[in-house]
Design a protein around this ligand. Structure first.
Ligand code: 5GP
Ligand code: MN
Length: 348
């Protein structure tokens, strides 16, 4: 059995909003990951199975690594179908905003979502959500939005109705946000959630292979190149920084998602406490950060790049050159040294 994590008043409100809604849109943050697509698509599949009109609208296309998800083709990316996405949002009377805590994370979709008449529900696990929604269901202590969504589904009394395809989507977010149950997984109940999803028939090994392991040869070569030639180690700050410029991305035929997981690799070296990956995209420098033992990379992303995220997995966007983005980070490292002392890694 799962303990109650969301209060009854909010569950009742959500239940009423779903009952009343005819056209439901589920949306998530830009550059959607397994948790963002898994939570929206999983809930959309469930809602459709109980007779609702429900559609997932994302700011941009999900990465190829998520195309195995059931009904992934039904996802409407605003970047690809702006008119269709706009119409869906205009027609919707309920919008479930999943896996983000502020509207700016919707990127190009922000004005459309902000401007629609539909009621908004925030369903998320990031700290300090903005208060833009009619109903805010924010649980920062949860591993993933998919875990939260699953709990909501149980609280709504819909577990029995949950189709296998929806369970597969929800399990995917659980797996990607916990790096296959290696981080954010100390709450024993997350395994109860997993068991209840597996009981639906979910093929976990398939998800791990598709969502985490499989890479194109180009992507593997790009990552090897990055680690071999573009990783800098700042020993006195226990930090690693990887930078990749546009020219290199082109050389390795970069596709969305090809650098997924790269930022984690330096953390396998003993003594490296945090890792940054800076990638020169078309419109900005995409910043990705990970850490071990609670070194707060979300604080660095917030301070330097106006970004955010979780303590040990965060990111941001920098408008400027790759060099400048790297320089700001390196120059700021000394001011974060004090966080290295807390939660020391080993207790010999
Ligand atoms: P990733 O490195 O996988 O892109 O992002 C890791 C986490 O950092 C995300 O789950 C999200 O919580 C956060 N994050 C990534 N990019 C941004 C950003 O531009 N702004 C904010 N506020 N958070 C971000
Ligand atoms: Mn998430």
């Amino acid at each position: 059995m799962l303990t109650k994590k969301v209060d009854d008043a909010k569950i009742r409100m959500l239940c009423g909003m779903i009952d009343e809604a005819e056209h439901i849109v589920l949306t998530c943050h830009v550059r959607p990951d397994g948790d963002a697509v898994g939570s929206t698509l999983g809930m959309a599949i469930l809602l459709r199975s109980i007779g609702k009109k429900a559609v997932v609208v994302t700011p941009d296309l999900p990465p190829r690594s998520l195309s195995f998800l059931p009904e992934a083709k039904e996802v409407v990316a605003y970047s690809k179908y702006p008119d269709f996405a706009k119409r869906l949002l205009d027609e919707s009377d309920l919008i479930l905003c999943c896996d983000f805590n502020k509207l700016s994370r919707l990127d190009m979709l922000e004005p459309l979502v902000a401007g629609t008449k539909g009621k908004k529900v925030l369903i998320d696990h990031h700290e300090k959500p903005d208060s833009f929604a009619d109903l805010t269901i924010s649980c920062p202590d949860m591993s993933s939005t998919c875990e939260l969504m699953f709990r909501l589904i149980c609280d709504l009394g819909l577990y029995q109705e949950l189709p296998l395809d929806a369970a597969t989507c929800l399990t995917t977010g659980l797996i990607t946000d916990t790096r296959n149950f290696s981080v954010n997984c100390s709450d024993p109940e997350i395994y109860t959630v997993l068991i209840k999803l597996l009981e639906k028939g979910v093929d976990k090994p398939m998800i791990v292979r598709e969502a985490i392991e499989l890479k194109s040869l180009d992507s593997l070569r790009l990552q090897v190149h990055a680690l071999d030639h573009k990783m800098e180690i700042f020993e006195s700050h226990s930090a690693a920084v990887i930078t990749i410029g546009k020219e290199e991305l082109e050389r390795f035929n970069y596709q969305r998602g090809d650098t997924e997981g790269l930022v984690n690799v330096p953390l396998s070296v003993e003594g490296i406490r945090y890792s940054f990956f800076l990638r020169e995209d078309d419109d900005c420098i995409k910043v990705s950060a990970r850490s071990v033992n609670s070194f707060p990379v979300n604080k660095i992303c917030e301070d330097l790049y106006g970004g955010g995220g979780h303590v040990m997995a965060a990111g941001g966007e920098f408008k400027g050159s790759l060099d400048e983005c790297r320089r700001i980070l390196i120059e700021s490292m000394p001011s974060y040294d004090r966080w290295l002392e807390t939660n020391s890694e080993r207790h010999h």
